[in-house]
Design a protein around this ligand. Sequence first.
Ligand code: BES
Ligand code: ZN
Ligand code: ZN
Length: 508
Amino acid sequence: MKQLINVKVQARRQDFADAAVDLLAVGLFDSKSLDPVCRNLDGLLDGAIQRLTKLGDFKAKRGNTALLYTDGRIAAKRVLLVGMGERKKADLNTLRQAASAAAKKAVSLKAKKLGVALHCVMGPTFDYAALGRAAAEGAYLGSYSYDEFVTTDKNKRPAVLTVEIIDPEAPKKAAIGKGIAAGDVIGRAQARAKTLANRPANILSPAALAEEAKKLARGAEGLTCTVLDKKQLAAKGMGGILAVGAGSVNQPRLIVLRYRPSGRHRGPRVALVGKAVTFDTGGISIKPAANMDRMKLDKSGGAAVLATVRAAAELELAIEVCGIVPAAENMPSGASYRPGDIITTFSGKTVEVQNTDAEGRMLLCDAISYADKLDCKIIVDIATLTGSCLVALGRHMAGLMGNDEKLTTQLLEAADQSGEKLWRLPSGDEYAEEMKSSIADLKNIGGRWGGACTAAAFLRQFAGDRKWAHLDIAGVDLLEKDTAFSTAGSTGFGVRLLTMYLVGLQKK
Ligand code: BES
Ligand code: ZN
Ligand code: ZN
């Protein structure tokens, strides 16, 4: 398989005019006056930037870019003006997106060295390490494209993109560098999650995902990976995972990727549980054909969890993390589970299946019980769980449900830091009521309305007394069309969010 792009991000202390890069990215806010950095460059470029803005050819809206050729007037070969929108609305995500746009442009120009001078317009309220992190993450976001199976592309992009985040002041450069170190790990982890999610189901079976998890475990200190196969799942009584996987020749797995810090542990043991349905046809309750190919992304939660655990290890966090990923393919066949079946889950609770397309909760319930068994004090699950969540929130935010205020608040803080947005939704008793069955303990679908909430209310009952939160990422898992910032396909949603959640725990 083709090698994905290799991004190298570093901080550099240098005057902007001296940066010998193929492309120098400069940020502009949507205002009359240029920032000092821009004004300075504009002077060196004989007013080229002002000419452009005055003509109205470049409006500094988010995602707008304009390319200038420097003709040897500064060390950079080209300058890319990157629009950052309204200054008063600027946040970390503004910089992250601007860096993405710059990296995307760099790749399309086949530039090998990108200089980033975007952070310097951000104003004094921002922490330099956070700016470095966001810029580094952006470099990964924008340069990514899923092309491992493209063999005929003659217009190849460079194998390595070097990104230098430039600042003339030594103390700032040092602070930025610290952020870059984290952003580099997180950005790479997110690219990994995207690739796992983007891989089609004929390539990435549950067994293949387990192999990838083992590879991830080999790449950093403190990681161990254990995999339960169908036989072992049966021996443990994991009826939910087995039911979902029953219809496919690609047998299910339970993947456990654990990170144990080498030094002193801090805080409670955390479980991250990720749904990995390698393909969701709906099973016997089969889905309509239109856009069914998108259901290869039904493993996005699992991919995010595996990548996050690896990131935790690379960042040498002092938190113990159990990544628990139930993996199965939901297919219709003579061996499939059916509507009407009663399944005994790992917890002992029985579930009446009313719709085989509500499979995510069937395998997550076993994984959540397993997290409880591993004595994880906090359980956060992430899953492309319901079409209802997509209807409710669109593709901009993931649904957040939970049973603990503190955990919920911490996740909302991590959302702020990471730019992966969350919106709270309920999952309490009213919704749990709808999940009761008359012939088993639970049924796997609720009434017609509030499907994201009833699904969460189902899962909640397997978390027992543990602190639990649920992220419904159906919707935010996929970018349908290319934008100025990234290419269509998996978004890798959750890697930045969950990693920042773990980083935040460490500080407490
Ligand atoms: N994987 C789907 C949810 C989904 C839908 C993800 C759209 C991404 C985009 C899930 O397994 C599913 O099919 N859920 C059903 C549940 C229903 C049968 C209660 C749904 O949401 O329609
Ligand atoms: Zn489904
Ligand atoms: Zn599904």
